[in-house]
Design a binder for this molecule. Sequence first.
Ligand SMILES: O=C(O)CCC(=O)C(=O)O
Ligand SMILES: [Fe+2]
Length: 352
Amino acid sequence: MVTSDNQIVEDIDCVEEIVKRDPSFVPKRYILTENDASKDMELPLLSAEVPVIDLALLSQGREEELNKLDEACKSWGFFLVINHGMDEGVLEDMKTAASDFFKLPLEDKMRYPFDPLAIEGYGRPYPVTEDQTVDWSDSLMFRLFPVRGRKLELWPGKPAELRGAIEAYSAEVGTVGKKLLGSLSLIMGMESNELPELHKEMQISMRVNYYPVCCEPEKVMGMSPHSDATTITILLQDNDVNGLQIRHDGGWVPVKPVPNSLIVNVGDVLEIWSNGRYKSIEHRAITNGTQARISYASFVTPQMEVEVEPLKQMLDDSQQHKLYKKVTYEDYLRQNLQSKLEGKSYLANYAS
Ligand SMILES: O=C(O)CCC(=O)C(=O)O
Ligand SMILES: [Fe+2]
């Protein structure tokens, strides 16, 4: 319960329940105010297209594709991945099972309440204080890799297909994650195994974000602007609903769903390792008045004890100075999760 400003509020309803109770009403604490970083909802959207990377060509080590990856990470921090090799049926099964999960009665979903220490479960995955506007979304989080780190008891048992769907999806997304780290390693001047090895053991957690329909979509934010505390994030989104927007050239660019493609973004850890060559870009998700949307974010990160700092080979002649201080990934992640979602303000704490 709340007693004064700036205390974490723990009794916030799931958005889905608010909509079920009265679809024509948005409670005040979800309505954006002048103080919100997202108040620039009315900024004109740019029509520029995010870069497209062919993972099959990239994994063959094709120089042209590696150059495209380098350019995409430098100038956009976001790219679409096609020819990713993930089984379409596996993606569809994941989408069906997850959307069935969010349709379940609250008591079924609340059997897996979000645990902020484990960073797993159903609910609000970051703290919300009394003075803060709350995002119009619910989410379900769980760990995929390493396999021995999985807590299967936190993978919902209902609908019956969900655990199998997550398991199948994890195998596919793990393969894509390894391929991308291998290619990033090459463009960062290393052998393909070196960046993966810097992770000690690659970790992947997944957050399924559910954005219910909102009767006043222009007044709320599905997910506030933030950058991800990851090496990279691999995002699958619904085929026919817009929502994701990324910061580019001072505006918000919508990343329209392209069927059978993935969206990958550079996270804060890769920005630090690359000494700022690759940019972890602010992004946000908006809602709409007609269709619910689900997105599936797989967060690829190093092991908790890994010390992250700019890599020697990224300090070239023009940029000898280390732009970021050394930090263990655990410290970075924990402190990041305790602060509210607010653009890239967290990474700036580590500027040196
Ligand atoms: O829903 C989206 O497209 C964005 C999700 C996201 O940024 C996240 O889960 O970190
Ligand atoms: Fe994100």
